[in-house]
Write a protein that binds this ligand. Structure first.
Ligand code: FES
Length: 167
């Protein structure tokens, strides 16, 4: 198949194609290259869309099933769009001993979703983290790029309600 770059109106896809072309000059076709490309796709789109994976498959000339396998094997790849607010609950040791599991249960109850899921209104996505580097204020969670520490279940409800109000 020809390596011709097809013009696209999607600037993100254009950037992904440019990135793949750069990879081709170096280590193209090995696993590290594929992972770097999938990272780039996720960085651009916020998740790995079917369209992005198909594009990678065609360009790298590898079966989509293989790409799907790699994407589902590594937990840091996300196959569905994330919510407006991504909640990362730290389950590292310092947070765990300070009740991170209780915090996680409270969030699951409040949002009625499991880890890795997004609320139907697309407002919140829940994920786990391993040490957010704020052990001194454990237990900790991060919502997008903001850290919240010394959490209690009550505090969690208040924080989530504030985000709900912002919409
Ligand atoms: S273990 Fe949670 S911030 Fe370090």
């Amino acid at each position: 198949m020809a390596d011709t770059v097809v013009k696209t109106a999607d600037p993100k896809m254009a950037e992904l194609r440019k990135f793949m072309a750069e990879q081709k000059k170096t280590q193209y076709n090995d696993e590290a290259s594929l992972i770097a490309i999938l990272h780039k796709a996720q960085e651009l789109y916020g998740y790995l869309s079917v369209e992005a994976m198909d594009e990678v498959a065609v360009t790298m000339k590898i079966p989509t099933a293989h790409i799907w396998g790699v994407a589902t094997f590594y937990h840091y790849f996300c196959l569905t769009p994330k919510g407006k607010y991504v909640i990362s609950v730290c389950l590292g040791t310092a947070c765990y001993v300070k009740g991170a599991d209780e915090i996680m249960s409270k969030i699951k109850d409040e949002l009625k979703i499991k880890v890795g899921e997004t609320t139907p209104d697309k407002l919140f996505t829940l994920q786990e983290a391993r040490c957010l580097g704020a052990c001194g204020i454990a237990p900790v969670m991060m919502i997008n790029d903001k850290i919240y520490g010394t959490l209690t279940p009550k505090k969690v409800t208040e924080i989530l309600n504030n985000y709900r109000k912002q919409g």
